[in-house]
Write a protein that binds this ligand. Structure first.
Ligand code: ABU
Length: 345
């Protein structure tokens, strides 16, 4: 039987092929002020202007750190592919980045699903991924490209049904793929400042025929924006969670997590530099699990390293703080294309 090139349905089986993002020409995403105020740290709100690149030194070092991360993965025997470099600063409609590929793309079984982003600054991001989509399509994968962005760019921000205090309404499907975590036949997701109910329905439609069910959990965070600094499965039966973003009681409601052990993540060490322009320090949790015994973590996250070792997981420390400045860590900057599910239950 020919091996499927695209086949990844959980976050922990042995990783065989992965996309690692590229940071070149990344810009502060220019979004309406209300969106910026609901999603990113207050001290950097004014940086979100049209065509405003992240500082040159930060981008240069983020590129180096991403290249090094890609080499670490290659040296572990994992096939690494990269998006095309796009100059997001020169686009007529200002763009953001191709480093945070997990926001853009999810993989379920042999399907590659592109997110119907809520942010207008991501409207041209597919330019960076189209060659990869074609590559995987040619090898038998099903690719669900995002629906065309609506002509009314404000459709998500005006009057309309909203979940809690989140900034987007439900007037068209919207999600970022990073609002979902895969556990084989269950995907755990959240409604957030970038994912709405119609977006969840759109994902469910793309999953038809796979037997995969989407289950939503409720975040404690009014600024909720991506679930991959909230829960991180380490292997079957074990996950770390962020006690400031979710309760154990909420996790216990999920049938797929019955019998799992939930470990609170260590509080991150405060840091002034490099800046967290786009996220909180909880990126400590945004790790990449290589297999049930190894995970890539930020080189300086000693408490997390100790915690993983206590649970039989060897941390592989990789420097990544400059990449954090652009909005994510190892999970955000990757899309696992193939994991070896042959040994899982
Ligand atoms: N993109 C992940 C953001 C999570 C956080 O800021 O805590």
């Amino acid at each position: 039987m020919t091996e499927q090139v695209v086949n990844a349905s959980n976050e922990w089986d042995p990783l065989q092929e992965v996309i690692v993002g590229v940071a070149d020409h990344s810009c502060f995403p220019f979004e309406p002020r209300i969106v910026v105020e609901n999603t990113v740290p207050a001290r950097y709100w004014d940086e979100h202007r049209p065509h405003n690149p992240f500082p040159e030194e930060i981008v240069a070092k983020a590129c180096e750190q991403l290249d090094n991360f890609a080499k670490v993965l290659t040296d572990l025997g994992i096939t690494v592919r990269r998006p095309k470099v796009v100059d997001f600063s020169s686009l007529e409609t200002p763009g953001y980045t191709a480093s945070m590929v997990r926001d853009a793309i999810t993989v379920a079984q042999d399907r590659i699903i592109e997110a119907p982003y809520s942010w207008r600054s991501r409207n041209h991001e597919s330019l960076a991924y189209e060659d990869l989509f074609k590559h995987y399509e040619a090898q038998g994968a099903k690719v669900y490209r995002r629906p065309p962005p609506p002509a009314d760019v404000d459709a998500l921000l005006g009057p309309g049904e909203r979940h809690r205090e989140y900034v987007i309404n439900d007037n068209r499907p919207a999600f970022d793929a990073a609002d979902f975590i895969r556990l084989d036949k269950t995907i755990i997701g959240q409604l957030s400042n970038t994912t709405n109910r119609s977006g969840v329905k759109h994902l469910e439609k793309c999953l038809e025929g796979t037997g995969i069910e989407v289950v939503l959990v409720e975040s404690l965070d009014s600024h909720a924006f991506h679930i991959d600094a909230t829960i991180t499965p380490l292997r079957e039966g074990l996950l770390i969670y962020n006690p400031t973003y979710i309760t154990v009681e909420e996790l216990q409601k999920v049938e797929r997590l019955k019998g799992w052990k939930f470990i609170p993540a260590p509080f991150p060490k405060p840091r002034e530099y490099p800046p967290f322009f786009m996220s909180s320090a909880w990126l400590i949790m945004n790790i990449l699990v290589i297999d049930p015994k190894r995970a890539i973590i930020e080189a300086e996250d000693d408490h997390l390293a100790d915690l993983l070792l206590e649970h039989g997981i060897t941390p592989i420390r990789v420097p990544f703080q400059y990449v954090h400045s652009l909005g994510g860590s190892f999970h955000c900057t990757t899309v696992d294309i193939r994991r070896d599910h042959s040994t899982s239950a």
